[in-house]
Design a protein around this ligand. Structure first.
Ligand SMILES: C[S@@+](CC[C@H](N)C(=O)[O-])C[C@H]1O[C@@H](n2cnc3c(N)ncnc32)[C@H](O)[C@@H]1O
Length: 366
């Protein structure tokens, strides 16, 4: 991939390294980091190295009567942001609309004044949610201007935000379609809730989790389930699934997603991982009908808190999806005791950055 922002933008820090070398460098780094565990060969799973981000956020910079997208500078160039002409890592639908949208906004002072950030969310059909974020009082009078934008960009639903307020024009979600192991799954993904950033890699991650759970006996518990991204396909490998997540909107989407995919063996609960962990300690009747042998976790960068780690450690088999190898390493110090690491995957969700997403399968010895 080449990009006119390479060497200026602080996002693609590995811009000088050919993609195949990035994969090699990152998988070797992981091998070294996890050398104190007995891990099988790391499975390197990657997708396209351009137009892979299904969602993106850009600062907006105004100079005279021109507006630009801006990204933070590279660390070595100091603090602050730099204007960028393009971004090649974003989904084609986002890439194609970015500059035409800004040119339209430039023409309308009401839309342009104190516009601070533009966020994009896309789906596989090229439909978009665009969120305009302001540092000024915004009221519903902006609706007329948004209507004019909508006439130009028919595949977009617009949201306007300013501190503490949100105006949704049309709707605040997209229906995403994922192709996983020969099947199509539909997902409602809601603006400003978590959704996997890299669609192609997400499909491959779900396939990996499906493949590595097909032999497991018992039911499945899932923590940090988001909109049911893993839950829905994986529910086909288990008799019953109970899945939890702290964000209520995500749980509403997950419940909806189970319905539209005709999955009726999943119970979704809106609660924190720590609260859910407590239910087991209290022998809650909510859990009594489950054969609690398997757990899938996909926590935020901080990994597991103490209570949740203790809970996860009570299962025989663990599938751990992690976006932070450091907290994964810390958590494995507990979870790998008495378990064998059966599979270790590196999913390159974030080409041109140092970020690494991993998947680990742990099964109880003996
Ligand atoms: C990395 S995302 C994974 C979501 C989902 N598995 C997916 O693939 O889309 C982590 C999720 O954990 C949720 N979360 C954050 N802190 C949490 C907590 N303490 N307890 C439960 N869920 C939490 C977030 O809302 C987010 O949806």
């Amino acid at each position: 991939m080449t990009c006119s922002s390479f060497g200026k933008c602080g996002s693609c820090v590995l811009w000088q390294m050919p993609y195949s070398e990035q994969l090699k460098m990152k998988s070797e780094r992981l091998k070294e980091m996890f050398s104190d565990f007995e891990i099988p060969q790391i499975e390197v799973i990657h997708g396209s190295d351009e137009h892979f981000r299904a969602r993106a956020e850009f600062r907006v910079w105004h100079e005279g009567d021109k507006s630009f997208y801006a990204m933070r500078k590279r660390k070595e160039d100091g603090r602050g942001v730099i204007p960028i002409e393009e971004c090649k890592i974003v989904d084609k639908a986002i890439y194609e609309i970015m500059n035409p949208l800004l040119r339209e906004i430039e023409k309308n002072e009401n839309l342009r004044f104190k516009l601070y950030e533009i966020d994009f969310l896309s789906n596989s059909k090229g439909e978009l949610i665009v969120t305009l974020i302001y540092h000024k009082k915004v009221d519903e009078s902006i609706a007329e201007d948004i209507k004019k934008l909508k006439e130009k960009f028919k595949n977009v639903d617009f949201i306007v935000r300013k501190k503490g307020r949100k105006y949704v024009f049309d709707k605040n979600y997209l229906i995403e379609e994922l192709n996983v192991a020969g099947k199509t799954y539909k997902y409602k993904i809601i603006e400003n809730t978590f959704s996997q950033p890299n669609r192609q890699m997400n499909q491959k991650m779900i396939e990996w989790a499906l493949r590595n759970s097909s032999h497991l006996k018992g039911d499945l518990v899932e923590l940090y389930c988001g909109n049911g991204n893993f839950t829905i396909p994986l529910s086909e490998n288990f008799k019953k699934v109970i899945a939890t997540e702290i964000n209520k909107e995500s749980i509403e989407a997950a419940t909806f997603n189970a319905e539209i995919n005709n999955r009726d063996n999943i119970t979704f609960l809106a609660m924190s991982a720590a609260e859910f962990s407590q239910l087991k300690k209290e022998n809650s009747p909510l859990l009594s009908s489950y054969d609690l042998k398997n757990v899938l976790i996909d926590p935020p960068r901080a990994g597991l808190d103490d209570k949740s780690r203790e809970f996860v450690n009570s299962f025989e088999n663990i599938i751990y999806i992690s976006c932070n190898p450091e907290t994964l390493h810390r958590d494995l110090k507990t979870l790998a005791k008495g378990r064998k690491i059966k599979a270790f995957a590196f999913f390159d969700q974030f080409p041109y950055t140092n970020h690494m997403e991993c998947g680990v399968v742990l099964e109880r010895d003996g």
